[in-house]
Write a protein that binds this ligand. Sequence first.
Ligand SMILES: C[S@@+](CC[C@H](N)C(=O)[O-])C[C@H]1O[C@@H](n2cnc3c(N)ncnc32)[C@H](O)[C@@H]1O
Length: 242
Amino acid sequence: MNHWRTSHERVLAQRQAEGWMFLIEAVRDMRTTGAIAPSSKALARTLTAPLRSQPSRPLSVLEAGAGTGAITRALIPLLTRGSRLDIVEANPRFAARLNHLVATHPHLSDRTGQATVHESYVEELDTGHRYDLIISGLPLTNFPPHQVERIMSRYMELLHPGGTLAYFAYLGTRKARALASSRTALRRHAAVDAIMTDYQRAYATGRWTVLANLPPAHVWHLQRPLVDVVDRPSHEADEARR
Ligand SMILES: C[S@@+](CC[C@H](N)C(=O)[O-])C[C@H]1O[C@@H](n2cnc3c(N)ncnc32)[C@H](O)[C@@H]1O
């Protein structure tokens, strides 16, 4: 009982420390950090569902924008022997924390090299690999349209044909921005929305709503086709940018 309480308290203290770290980074740079708190267990579970649906197959997985590791922690125990996980994070303080997580996680103790942290922008990442699953935690609605285009087309390139991109988008950002943003910011947000709508129309295989998260979010799964018919969706996003 005492032992349980000690380890339970240790986990709680660790979560609290991560919560503070996340908040400090959000204050430092809200545009890149994109939220005030790490993702909830419910959101992490929905994003990692594709791994649970193919439990015995070795998969290659990329997690982009891992922050303090809220999703990484849900992901690691699902990795079968022979699977590979690349974790990319642009913020060096988060990357250091993720390196510690990978070095100390019990599931990885006898699996040297199964998970690797890359301190980099995902759009500049080149591991020389393609992935069965990409889990993106990036705050895309905070970015300029040209960066969103670059990231989305890079994700599609990095996926194996038939591979899945799982990402989330917070609910209510459009309304919040309509109240608080300048015209330029609203135009930028509409252009990003149009890009994402085009990708959803072309590639979406599912959407879930996760209310138990701060803020609540939609989780999207997009699938790269087995055979590429067109380069990328374009018309609506191009019109919005004009
Ligand atoms: C909304 S937080 C999500 C953190 C974590 N995945 C979670 O769900 O709690 C977004 C993360 O993406 C990182 N990030 C932002 N832009 C990035 C980029 N271009 N490449 C890699 N990481 C990026 C930020 O530093 C931050 O850690």
